[in-house]
Design a protein around this ligand. Structure first.
Ligand code: XLS
Ligand code: CA
Ligand code: CA
Length: 440
C-alpha cells in the first residue's frame, strides 16, 4: 500500500536503543500497561485538516508544504487522492482513528446541494477504506468558520440566515459522522464569540448558541446517532472572546441550559494554555465534573501568544495528561487526537511521519510514567495525607455538614495556634522526574 509515501516504510517499534528516526523508541502498541495494550490506552488519531489539508501558510507567506497530491488540479480528484494518502499514512504509523471537518474531506461547491453530493461521494470512499483497514472515525465536525458567510459567527451570528445555514451544515455533518459509525461529534465554536461588545447582543447570542445545541441533540436522537457529543473549549482566536472560553465556562453553560447530560468536553492542550491554564487543569476540571470525553493532543509555544498547535513532545505534559486520563478510568469514546501541525519549514512529506512519531513516543513515555505513579501512589498518598484533617474531628464535621459558623467559632476559640504543613511542590516534582526517567 505505497502509493504516495513511497520512501516511508511501515513504522516499527525498535526500542530506546534505536537511532532510526523512522522507528518508535517508546511507543510499543502491543505492550501491556496495567492490563491493557498501549494502543488501547492511547487511542491515537490523526487530524485530517492539519495533516492532509494544511499548507503551512502564515500571515507573512504562502503555503510551503509539499504533498504527493499537489499536482492534481481537479478538486474532487484531489479529495479522493487525499483519502488514499490518509489511509496510507494511518497504516504506516499504525494509527487506528482519525477526525475531520466536513470541508476538509470535500471542497465546498456553489450550492449546498452540490456540496452535499460531493461529501456523500467522499464518505463512501472513506467507508470502503475504513472497512478494509478497521480504522475508525474518532469524531466528525463541521467547519463553521472558514467561509465568509461566518464572518459574524455561526449559531451566534447576528444574521438569522447564517444560523439556518449553520444548522443545515451541522445536520449534514452529523449524518455523515453517523454513516461512518463515528464514535463522537465535536462542536468547536469556530467564530462563536465577539470582537467588541459595542455591536453585540451577548444575551441573544448565548441563547441562540444553546438553542442550536438543543436542536443538534434533538436531531441526534431522531437519526439514532449514538456517538458522544463533545464541546471543545478555546478562549480566543479567531474572535477576541470565544464563548466556550474554558472547561469551567462550558460546564456552567451546559448546566445553565440543561445540556450537561448530552455533552462531554474535548480538551485541547494548546487551548488550555491560551486560557491561562495548564492542560491538566482543564482535564481535572472536566474529570471532577464527570465530563471528560476526549483530548486534542498538541502543545503550544509558551513564548508565543497564539494557537501554534505543535506536535506534542514535552514528556512532563504528556505524563500529567495521561495521569488525568488514567484517573478518569481511561477513554470511553475519546482518544488522543493529534490536532497538531508541522512547523512551516518542516515541509517535506516525511516530516508528517517524524511529527507523529515524536508525539506518539512522548505519549507512550507519559502513559508509562503516569501508570507507575498511580500504581505506587506517591502523589495520591501525599494528597491524602495533606487533606487528612478532614477525615476526623472538626474536619469530618465540616465535610459531613454537621457544623456551621457558630460551632466553628467555638472550635477556633477553644484551640491553640494553627499549625500548617509544607506543600512539598519541589519534592513532588522531583518524584515525577524520577518516574518519567525510570518508566521508559
Ligand atoms: C481550532 C480547533 C479546531 C477544532 C475542530 O483551534 O482546535 O481545529 O478542534 O474544529
Ligand atoms: Ca482542537
Ligand atoms: Ca488549536
Amino acid at each position: 500500500m505505497s502509493e504516495f509515501f513511497k520512501e516511508i516504510p511501515k513504522i516499527q517499534y525498535e526500542g530506546p536503543g534505536s537511532k532510526n528516526p523512522l522507528a518508535f523508541k517508546y511507543y510499543n502498541p502491543e505492550e501491556m500497561v496495567g492490563g491493557k495494550k498501549m494502543k488501547d490506552h492511547l487511542r491515537f488519531s490523526v487530524a485530517y485538516w492539519h495533516s492532509f489539508c494544511g499548507a503551512g501558510a502564515d500571515p507573512f507567506g504562502v503555503g510551503t508544504m509539499i504533498r504527493p497530491w499537489d499536482d492534481i488540479a481537479d478538486p474532487m480528484e484531489k479529495a479522493r487522492a487525499r483519502v488514499r494518502g490518509a489511509f496510507e499514512l494511518f497504516d504506516k504509523l499504525g494509527i487506528e482513528y482519525f477526525c475531520f471537518h466536513d470541508r476538509d474531506i470535500a471542497p465546498e461547491a456553489d450550492t449546498l446541494t452540490e456540496t452535499n453530493k460531493r461529501l456523500d461521494e467522499i464518505v463512501q470512499l472513506m467507508k470502503e477504506h475504513m472497512k478494509a483497514t478497521g480504522v475508525q472515525l474518532l469524531w466528525g465536525t463541521a467547519c463553521l468558520f472558514t467561509h465568509p458567510r461566518y464572518v459574524h459567527g455561526a449559531s451566534t451570528s447576528c444574521n438569522a440566515d447564517v444560523f439556518a445555514f449553520s444548522a443545515a451544515q451541522v445536520k449534514k455533518a452529523m449524518e455523515l459522522t453517523h454513516e461512518l459509525n463515528g464514535l463522537g461529534y465535536t462542536f468547536w465554536g469556530g467564530r462563536e464569540g465577539y470582537d467588541t461588545l459595542i455591536n453585540t447582543d451577548m444575551k441573544l447570542e448565548l441563547e441562540n448558541m444553546a438553542r442550536f445545541l438543543h436542536m443538534a441533540t434533538d436531531y441526534k436522537k431522531e437519526i439514532g446517532f449514538k456517538g458522544q457529543f463533545y464541546i471543545e473549549p478555546k478562549p480566543k482566536e479567531p474572535t477576541k472572546h470565544q464563548y466556550d472560553f474554558d472547561a469551567a465556562t462550558i460546564i456552567g453553560f451546559l448546566r445553565a441550559n440543561g445540556l450537561d447530560k448530552d455533552f462531554k468536553l474535548n480538551i485541547e492542550a494548546n487551548h488550555a494554555t491560551l486560557a491561562g491554564h495548564t492542560p491538566e487543569h482543564e482535564l481535572r476540571m472536566a474529570r471532577i465534573n464527570g465530563l471528560l470525553g476526549s483530548v486534542d493532543a498538541n502543545e503550544g509555544d509558551l513564548l508565543l501568544g497564539w494557537d501554534t498547535d505543535h506536535l506534542p513532545t514535552d514528556v512532563y505534559n504528556t505524563t500529567l495528561i495521561m495521569y488525568e486520563i488514567l484517573q478518569a478510568g481511561g477513554f470511553a469514546t475519546g482518544g488522543l487526537n493529534f490536532d497538531a501541525k508541522l512547523r512551516r519549514p518542516s515541509f517535506e512529506p516525511v516530516d508528517l511521519f517524524h511529527g507523529h512519531i515524536a508525539g506518539m513516543d512522548a505519549f507512550a513515555v507519559g502513559l508509562k510514567a503516569a501508570h507507575k505513579l498511580l500504581q505506587d501512589g506517591p502523589i495520591e498518598n501525599f494528597i491524602a495525607e495533606r487533606y487528612s484533617s478532614y477525615k476526623s474531628g472538626v474536619g469530618a464535621d465540616i465535610v459531613n455538614n454537621k457544623v456551621g459558623f457558630k460551632e466553628l467559632e467555638q472550635y477556633a476559640l477553644d484551640h491553640g495556634p494553627i499549625q500548617n504543613g509544607s506543600g512539598r511542590e519541589e519534592m513532588l516534582k522531583s518524584i515525577i522526574t524520577q518516574y518519567i526517567l525510570e518508566s521508559r
